[in-house]
Ligand binder design. Structure first.
Ligand SMILES: *[C@@H]1O[C@H](CO)[C@@H](O)[C@H](O)[C@H]1NC(C)=O
Ligand SMILES: *[C@@H]1O[C@H](CO)[C@@H](O)[C@H](O)[C@H]1NC(C)=O
Ligand SMILES: *[C@@H]1O[C@H](CO)[C@@H](O)[C@H](O)[C@H]1NC(C)=O
Length: 195
């Protein structure tokens, strides 16, 4: 009887431990406060659902740090620009492109390269916000991020003014709009830092 009882106690202990591991760990690793912080911050951006959807997976590392949130948003923009670059470069390998289409694609690849450079500059400026020239670096970050958005416009303008097949135009437009929207969100987050 006594052994049976201690078996029960042991089983209950094991189950409790298991439940603790299963439930408490995810809750303490990603408290509601972190997700709420992302939602609240994203509500001030141009595309709140896109912002929340792309940043929520990083709630645990961002916690409630607004600068980390901006940097993560910039990082996602850079990834999106890289992805778009791969996509556009792939389009350029299609057969039967006109020289006008090839030229528009080449210009767009250059715009994307500039875009990534400017997003990286934004990140560097963000890294200097702890220093004495905070106002200056904050202004720099905003300028670089705006320039990155302008680059996505330049790419699209290049296709608007030229004889390019509507399919190609639409494909590039939709991927490029993704980069533009993510970057616009990142800029909004930077604008809302409290300095
Ligand atoms: C973006 O984040 C990934 C993963 O956290 C990291 O490996 C990469 O270096 C970051 N890129 C930039 C430009 O910060
Ligand atoms: C970029 O592409 C990778 C691989 O296809 C994907 O996992 C990632 O989610 C994409 N990132 C963005 C921001 O589009
Ligand atoms: C590149 O294009 C080919 C054919 O157009 C397609 O099958 C492939 O999935 C594309 N790859 C990427 C990374 O977009």
């Amino acid at each position: 009887m006594a052994t049976l009882c201690s078996y029960h106690v042991l089983t209950v202990l094991m189950i409790t431990t298991l439940l603790c591991i299963l439930y408490i760990q995810p809750i303490s690793a990603s408290p509601q406060a972190y997700t709420n912080f992302i939602k609240t911050s994203c509500s001030k951006t141009t595309y709140p659902p896109l912002c929340t959807q792309t940043l929520s997976p990083f709630a645990t590392s961002v916690q409630t740090n607004p600068i980390k949130l901006c940097n993560r948003a910039l990082n996602i923009s850079i990834q999106a620009a890289h992805n778009t670059s791969t996509f556009v470069s792939n389009l350029s390998k299609q057969k039967g492109l006109s020289w006008i289409e090839k030229a528009a694609i080449k210009d767009c690849m250059d715009d994307l390269k500039d875009c990534v450079y400017q997003l990286k500059q934004t990140m560097s400026a963000m890294g200097e916000l702890g220093g004495s020239d905070r106002e200056f670096q904050w202004a720099n970050a905003k300028t670089w991020a705006s320039a990155a958005i302008t680059d996505t416009d330049s790419c699209l303008d290049g296709f608007e003014g030229r004889k390019v097949s509507p399919q190609m135009k639409n494909k590039i437009k939709s991927t490029m709009m993704g980069v533009a929207r993510l970057t616009s969100n990142a800029l909004a987050l930077i604008n809302h830092l409290n300095y």
